[in-house]
Design a protein around this ligand. Structure first.
Ligand SMILES: Nc1ncnc2c1ncn2[C@@H]1O[C@H](COP(=O)(O)OP(=O)(O)O)[C@@H](O)[C@H]1O
Ligand SMILES: [Mg+2]
Length: 381
């Protein structure tokens, strides 16, 4: 069937109103420059026009897409199809947030979509898609910061209210031990051991109550990853293959070496625990990725987070029910697990002004940390 060509939008007027700068860029060029996928669906439910981002989104060239039914690419019961139908039926524009699009061809994306009728092309609907990945995850990360804060307050309270009475209980049990029979001795030992166990737990939580700003300098993240790798290979990750995919030109991170070691030790330890000794594979990746800026905690300034460091494994993945609370403290699926590793990772990364994200696909679990770059000049804050 021959397609009628419909311009994506009306071309800019050749003589702009007085006072405004002359517009010479063509509308198609503007649409193609947009990072968001934009496409037009006609009355038959076929693509009529697509911008470059839409070609990438559907993993197909414009020539193959135009004239093709959107239902061939998106399930018929998808809210995206319902949105397009509704806009066509009502003639007014609408948006839909948090749609999960899952197709064999494009994989799984969480998107928001806006759709509007086109006055010049009756029955055609223009759709723009925002992929939620980064914005959505950063939003989640800000929630994790809140979670770390609530543990902070609790840890400080526990240190006061639990450790002192416990040392009294332990001392009393030791006094009783002096005159105790063999049977009673077992009980006093039990009191001491359990008291020690609780003190150990409170000590671990006290890590969260340290509110001092961290000391930072320019650190080489590859040296940190090498250190973590050595520790892992000689201990908890024995038998797993640890591979590297580094960007050797990556600039230094503005961070605290010891704390960053803790972050990556925790992530690699989880990756090792999720994989089998026989076929476990862990990939450490570093990349420079522009484009993510985030409000610094407690200030208006925006921090640029171009350094991306990720830990990937081929294990069974994070259990579905844990995912929404993954970075909260005490969330664990392991027998004897403390559930503090990822909470600590979130706290330390947050203290660096960075973010940590989680991506789970079958046999491909990825934790990615985005961190700021060290200032180029010598004057570090
Ligand atoms: N790489 C991973 N693969 C699968 N599950 C993971 C991974 N990392 C973390 N998890 C899940 O997140 C939970 C919390 O991790 P963490 O906070 O480190 O606590 P812990 O390791 O003590 O359980 C783990 O119990 C596990 O279920
Ligand atoms: Mg852990």
């Amino acid at each position: 069937m021959a397609q009628r060509a419909v311009p994506l939008v009306k071309p800019a007027p050749s003589s702009p109103p007085p006072g405004s700068p002359p517009v010479t860029v063509e509308s198609a060029a503007i649409l193609n420059a947009l990072p968001e996928p934009v496409f037009v669906i006609d009355e038959a439910g076929c693509f009529r026009a697509v911008n470059h981002a839409a070609e990438q989104f559907f993993d197909s060239g414009a020539a193959a897409l135009v004239g093709r039914r959107i239902r061939d690419l998106v399930p018929a019961d998808s809210p995206l199809i319902a949105l397009i139908d509704q806009v066509r039926a009502t003639g007014s524009s609408m948006s839909e947030y948090g749609i999960t699009l899952e197709t064999p061809r494009i994989g799984s994306h969480v998107i928001s979509a806006g759709a509007a009728p086109i006055a010049e092309a009756p029955d055609c609907v223009v759709v723009s898609v925002q992929q939620l990945t980064i914005a959505h995850k950063i939003d989640q990360q800000l929630t994790h910061r809140g979670a770390a804060r609530s543990v902070t307050a609790m840890a400080a309270m526990l240190a006061h209210e639990v450790k002192n009475p416990l040392s009294g209980i332990r001392g009393a049990a030791q006094l009783l031990e002096r005159n105790a029979s063999a049977d009673d001795l077992q009980l006093t030992r039990l009191i001491c051991e359990e008291a020690d166990r609780i003190v150990g737990l409170v000590d671990r939580m006290e890590m969260f109550s340290d509110q001092r700003p961290i000391e930072r300098s320019a650190v080489n993240i590859h040296q940190i990853l090498e250190h973590v790798r050595r520790v892992a290979e000689s201990g908890f990750a024995r038998g797993r293959r640890i591979m590297e995919s580094y960007d050797p030109s990556l600039p230094p991170v503005y961070g605290n070496r010891d704390l960053l070691i803790q972050v990556f030790l925790n992530l690699v330890k989880n990756a090792a625990e999720a994989t089998a000794e026989t076929d476990g594979a862990i990939i450490l990746t570093t990349r420079y990725q522009d484009g993510v800026r985030l409000a610094a905690p407690g200030s208006q300034a925006r921090v640029h987070l171009p350094l991306l460091i990720s830990v990937q494994d081929n294990g069974g993945g994070v259990p579905e029910d844990l995912r929404p609370h993954l970075f909260d403290p005490f969330v664990t699926s392991k027998i004897g697990g403390k559930g503090l590793g990822l909470a600590l990772v979130a706290k330390i990364v947050g203290d660096h002004g960075g973010v940590v994200e989680f991506n789970g696909e079958p046999r491909r679990t990825v934790f990615s940390v985005r961190l700021p770059m060290a200032p180029v000049s010598r004057e570090l804050e």
